[in-house]
Design a protein around this ligand. Structure first.
Ligand code: ASP
Ligand code: MG
Length: 421
C-alpha cells in the first residue's frame, strides 16, 4: 500500500462524463489498497471563462485590489471541479471529501495571481486518509497570511499536486493529462515525435523553462527540491486498464543519474521551442563600464525579466547590445528605453523584433560530448536558417531565429539528432 497523489488536468475534468471516468479510475486505485489524494484542475476552459468575465467588467489592472479579486474568482473553478469529483466518487461507493486550499491549509505568500506555496498542513488530509477516504484538494490555490485566497499562476495545479505529494511524502505523483507522456518535441509540430519513457529531472526542468508546455515549470522545480517522483501519463486510456500496466505508462521524471545515462546514449533528448519572446537591439552604445547595468538595471527595476543577452565586440568605442524579453513586456520595455535609457546613453537607435522564436536542444549527454552545438548550427545552415542569437548551458543550446522558420528548424533538428520514432 502506498500513498499516491493523482493530478487531473482540465481536459481530464472537462465534463461530468469525464469526471465520472476519473472517479472510476481513482476508485480503482483506492480499491487496490492505495491511499489516494487527488488534485484536480478546473474543468477545461473554466479559468479562461471566469477571468474573461472580470475583463468584461474592468480591464486588467496591476493593482493588488484587482488581482486579489481575480484569485477570489479563478479559484472557484477548482472548487467546483473538486466537489464534483467528490460527488462522483461517492456515487461509485467510494468515501471521499474535498477541500479548498484554505481549508487544508495550503499557505502561500501574498503575490496574487502568482503566489508561492510556503507550507502545507498535512493533518486533515492524513486523518481522512486513515479513515479510508479519498481526499480531494483543489489545485491552483492557497491562502495568504491574511486569509486571502491566492492562486499559483496559470497551470498551477501541477505545482499544487507536487507540493501536496512532497508534504505527504507520497510514493509518487501521477500527473494525468490529455497526452500520454513527455515527447521529444511537440507532436503537433513534428508528428514523428516520440514519447520518452524516462527523462531526467534536469532535462525536464530545461524543457519546461524553454517552452515545453507539459508541466508548469514551478512544479518541476518543486519536484527537484523535494525529490518527488513524478510521472506524466494519460487519463484517456480506458479507466479499467490493468493497474500495474498503468503504473508503468507515460513518462517518469527520474532523479537517478544512472537512469539518464542508460537512456541509450541519446546526446540530445528533446527539442523545445518558444514563440513568446521579443528581441531588442540598441545600436552604437558607448563601450565603457556600467552600460549593461544602465540598460538592464532599468529593465529589472521595472520588474521585467530578461532572457538572452548579447554584447558585441566594440568598434571605435561603440558596440551593439541585444536582449530578449517576454513578448507581453515588449511595449513596456520600448517605452522605458525611449523615456529613460536611451537619452541617458546619448543613443537614438534601437531595433525591436517581435517575430522571433527560440529553439533549443536539450540533453544531459551534451555534458560529455563535443560538437553537439556545431551539429545544431550545421543543420540550421543547411536549411538556410539564419541564427540571430545563441546561448548555451551545460545541457542545452538555444538559438533565436526568425519565427517563420520555427517549424522547419524543429523538424530538421529532430531528424538530425535521431529523435524520430
Ligand atoms: N485552472 C488553472 C489554469 O487554467 C490551473 C491549472 O489548470 O493548472 O491555469
Ligand atoms: Mg495544465
Amino acid at each position: 500500500m502506498s500513498l499516491i497523489v493523482h493530478k487531473y488536468g482540465g481536459t481530464s475534468m472537462g465534463s461530468t462524463e469525464r469526471i465520472r471516468l476519473v472517479a472510476k479510475r481513482v476508485a480503482k486505485w483506492a480499491r487496490a489498497g492505495h491511499q489516494i489524494v487527488v488534485v484536480p484542475s478546473a474543468m477545461s476552459g473554466e479559468t479562461n471563462r471566469l477571468l474573461g468575465l472580470a475583463k468584461e467588467l474592468a480591464p486588467a489592472k496591476e493593482t493588488a485590489a484587482y488581482q486579489r479579486e481575480l484569485d477570489m474568482l479563478a479559484s472557484t473553478g477548482e472548487q467546483a471541479s473538486s466537489a464534483l469529483l467528490a460527488v462522483a466518487l461517492q456515487a461509485e461507493g467510494m468515501p471521499s471529501v474535498s477541500y479548498a486550499g484554505w481549508q487544508v491549509a495550503i499557505k502561500t505568500d501574498s503575490s496574487f495571481t502568482k503566489a508561492r506555496i510556503e507550507s502545507i498542513d498535512d493533518k486533515r488530509i492524513k486523518a481522512d486518509l486513515d479513515a479510508g477516504k479519498v481526499v480531494i484538494v483543489t489545485g491552483f490555490q492557497g491562502v495568504d497570511p491574511d486569509g486571502n485566497i491566492t492562486t499559483l499562476g496559470r497551470g498551477g495545479s501541477d505545482t499544487s499536486a507536487v507540493a501536496v505529494a512532497a508534504a505527504l511524502s507520497a510514493a509518487e505523483c501521477l500527473i494525468y493529462t490529455d497526452v500520454d507522456g513527455v515527447y521529444t518535441t511537440d507532436p503537433r509540430v513534428e508528428p514523428n515525435a516520440r514519447r520518452m519513457p524516462r527523462v531526467s529531472f534536469e532535462e525536464m526542468l530545461e524543457m519546461a523553462s524553454l517552452g515545453s508546455k507539459v508541466l508548469q515549470i514551478r512544479s518541476v522545480e518543486f519536484a527537484g527540491k523535494y525529490k518527488v517522483p513524478l510521472r506524466v501519463l494519460s487519463s484517456f486510456t480506458p479507466w479499467d486498464i490493468n493497474i500495474d500496466e498503468e503504473a508503468k505508462s507515460g513518462t517518469l521524471i527520474t532523479f537517478e543519474e544512472e537512469g539518464a545515462s542508460t537512456m541509450e546514449a541519446a546526446v540530445v533528448s528533446g527539442i523545445a521551442f518558444n514563440r513568446d519572446e521579443a528581441k531588442i537591439s540598441i545600436l552604437g552604445v558607448p563601450d565603457k563600464p556600467g552600460i549593461a547595468y544602465q540598460i538592464l538595471g532599468a529593465v529589472a527595476d521595472a520588474n521585467i525579466e530578461v532572457d538572452m543577452i548579447i554584447q558585441n565586440i566594440s568598434k571605435d568605442g561603440k558596440t551593439d547590445f541585444s536582449f530578449t524579453v517576454h513578448r507581453n513586456d515588449f511595449a513596456r520595455v520600448t517605452d522605458l528605453l525611449k523615456a529613460k535609457v536611451l537619452p541617458s546613453l546619448g543613443v537614438t537607435d534601437f531595433v525591436g523584433d517581435t517575430k522571433i522564436c527560440k529553439v533549443s536542444i536539450v540533453g544531459i549527454g551534451m555534458r560529455s560530448h563535443v560538437g553537439v552545438a556545431s551539429k545544431m548550427f550545421r543543420c540550421l545552415s543547411e536549411e538556410g536558417i539564419n541564427i540571430q542569437m545563441i546561448s548555451t548551458s551545460e545541457i542545452k543550446t538555444s538559438v533565436v531565429i526568425d519565427e517563420k522558420y520555427m517549424e522547419l528548424a524543429v523538424r530538421s533538428l529532430h531528424k538530425a539528432f535521431d529523435l524520430e520514432a
